[in-house]
Design a protein around this ligand. Structure first.
Ligand code: MRU
Length: 379
C-alpha cells in the first residue's frame, strides 16, 4: 500500500540490518505513522500481545520473524530447545488467530534438522520471508477471485455504486499487503467498478474507525463510518448489497471466528437476504477443528471497554474513562459465525461454499491434515 507516496508492507526485514524487523505501530494510527524495530523474539511477542501489530495474517508473519530472531538468539548446540521456548512464548500472545501457531510451526519445521547456527539462521530467514511473501500473494489472489462477486452486483445495479459492509479491519494492515476482505474491494476499484464501503467502527478497540477508515482514505475509496449497531438498520433499508469480512480462524467445516459483532452482522444479513462473504487465505483454516464452538475466544482487558483513546485538539494522544470508576467490563474479543450463515468463502484458490465437502475439494492437500494423513506443504 502507498502511504505518503511510499510503498509499504506492514512488516519487513531492515535491508541494512539483518537483526532488525520493522513494523508499523498500529496503536498510533490514524494519528501518527510510526515504525518500530523488533530485535528479539520477545519484542515480537510483545508487539502481537499489545496490538502494535494485529490481524490474522500480520500476526502470523510477525510470529514467523519472531522465530527467525529466536534462532539468532539461540546458543550453539541448543537451537532446538531455544526455539521451542520462543515458539511457546509467541503462541501465548493471542489465542484466536490460527496464523500465529501455523507460522511459528512452519519456521520451526524449516530448521528442524539444523544445529549449525548460521545454517539455521539462513533457513529461518528464508522461511519467514516466504510466509510474508505468500501472505501478500494469497491476499492479491483473494482480490482477483472476489472482485467478480462485486462486479456481478454492479451489473445488476446498472453500474450504480455497490454498497459493501465490513467489520473490524481485515485490510492491508491486518496482513502483509492488500488485506483479505479489502482485496476484492481494491481489485474491483482497479477495474473501474463504482463502490461504497460501510465501515463498522468496531468497538472497543475501534479497528474500523481507526484503521479501515484510514486505509480506505489512503486508497481514495468512498466510505462512511457507522456505529456497530447501524448495520441491521441499513440492511433493512436496502443500503447494503453485500457483506465481506475476514476471519482469524476457520474450521474445516466452514465456521468462522472473527471480531466480536461479526455474528450479529451475519444474522442481520441472513434475515435480509444479503450475501455474507468471508475472505481468508488457507493459512487461517484450522484443519484440526470441526466445530466453531471449539475455537478459543480471546478475552482482553476490560479497560479497553471502559476507556477510549484518541487525539486531543492540541495533538496529544490521550486515554480517557467513559464508564464509572469501578465498573467491571468483560471484553470478549471474537465471536463465531456458523457456516450456515456464510454465503461463501473467498480464498486464494477461488470461491468455495462454507461446507466440509466443498472446502475439502478445494484443499485436498490440506484437508488430509485433519486425519493426520497428509503433511502440510508451503502453499
Ligand atoms: O483483534 P484484531 O484487530 O487482531 O482482530 C482482527 C480481526 O478481527 C480481523 O477481522 C481478522 O484478523 C480477520 S482478517 C485478518
Amino acid at each position: 500500500m502507498i502511504v505518503n507516496g511510499t510503498h509499504y508492507r506492514t512488516i519487513w526485514p531492515n535491508p541494512d540490518d539483518r537483526g532488525s524487523i520493522e513494523i508499523i505501530d498500529q496503536r498510533q494510527l490514524p494519528h501518527r505513522f510510526a515504525t518500530v524495530s523488533l530485535r528479539r523474539a520477545a519484542d515480537c511477542h510483545a508487539a502481537i500481545r499489545d496490538m502494535l501489530v494485529r490481524g490474522a495474517g500480520l500476526i502470523g508473519a510477525t510470529a514467523a520473524y519472531g522465530m527467525y530472531l529466536a534462532v539468532r538468539e539461540a546458543s550453539s548446540g541448543r537451537v532446538q530447545e531455544d526455539i521451542k521456548g520462543a515458539s511457546e512464548l509467541l503462541k501465548s500472545a493471542r489465542p484466536t488467530a490460527r496464523n500465529l501457531a501455523w507460522a511459528a510451526d512452519r519456521v520451526a519445521a524449516a530448521v528442524a534438522d539444523c544445529e549449525d547456527l548460521s545454517t539455521a539462521e539462513e533457513k529461518a530467514f528464508a522461511a519467514a520471508n516466504l510466509i510474508a511473501d505468500e501472505d501478500a500473494r494469497f491476499c492479491n489472489l483473494i482480490g482477483e477471485h472476489g472482485k467478480g462477486l462485486i462486479k456481478a452486483i454492479s451489473e445488476k445495479k446498472g453500474g450504480r455504486p455497490v454498497n459493501i459492509l465490513t467489520h473490524c479491519n481485515a485490510g492491508w494492515l491486518a496482513f502483509v499487503d492488500y488485506g483479505s476482505a479489502t482485496a476484492p474491494i481494491y481489485a474491483a476499484r482497479d477495474d473501474g467498478i463504482a463502490l461504497h464501503v460501510w465501515v463498522d467502527e468496531t468497538r472497543p478497540w475501534n479497528q474500523g474507525a481507526k484503521l479501515t477508515s484510514w486505509e480506505l482514505l489512503q486508497e481514495g475509496i468512498d466510505h462512511s463510518l457507522i456505529t456497530d449497531n447501524a448495520g441491521g438498520h441499513l440492511m433493512q433499508n436496502g443500503e447494503v448489497d453485500m457483506v465481506i469480512v475476514g476471519t482469524d480462524r476457520a474450521t474445516y467445516t466452514g465456521d468462522v471466528a472473527n471480531k466480536i459483532g461479526t455474528y450479529l452482522k451475519a444474522l442481520a444479513a441472513h434475515d435480509n437476504d444479503i450475501p455474507f462473504y468471508v475472505a481468508l487465505p488457507s493459512s487461517t483454516f484450522d484443519w484440526q477443528l470441526s466445530r466453531g464452538s471449539d475455537i478459543p475466544i480471546e478475552i482482553r482487558s476490560g479497560d479497553e471497554i471502559t476507556t477510549i483513546t484518541g487525539v486531543t485538539k492540541n495533538g496529544t494522544m490521550e486515554t480517557i474513562s467513559i464508564a464509572p470508576v469501578g465498573t467491571i467490563a468483560v471484553n470478549y474479543s471474537f465471536d463465531v459465525t456458523p457456516a450456515r450463515l456464510v454465503t461463501a468463502l473467498i480464498t486464494e484458490r477461488g470461491i468455495v461454499a462454507a461446507t466440509e465437502a466443498a472446502i475439502g475439494r478445494m484443499f485436498p492437500d490440506k484437508a488430509g491434515l485433519k486425519r493426520g494423513t497428509a503433511r502440510e506443504e508451503s502453499s
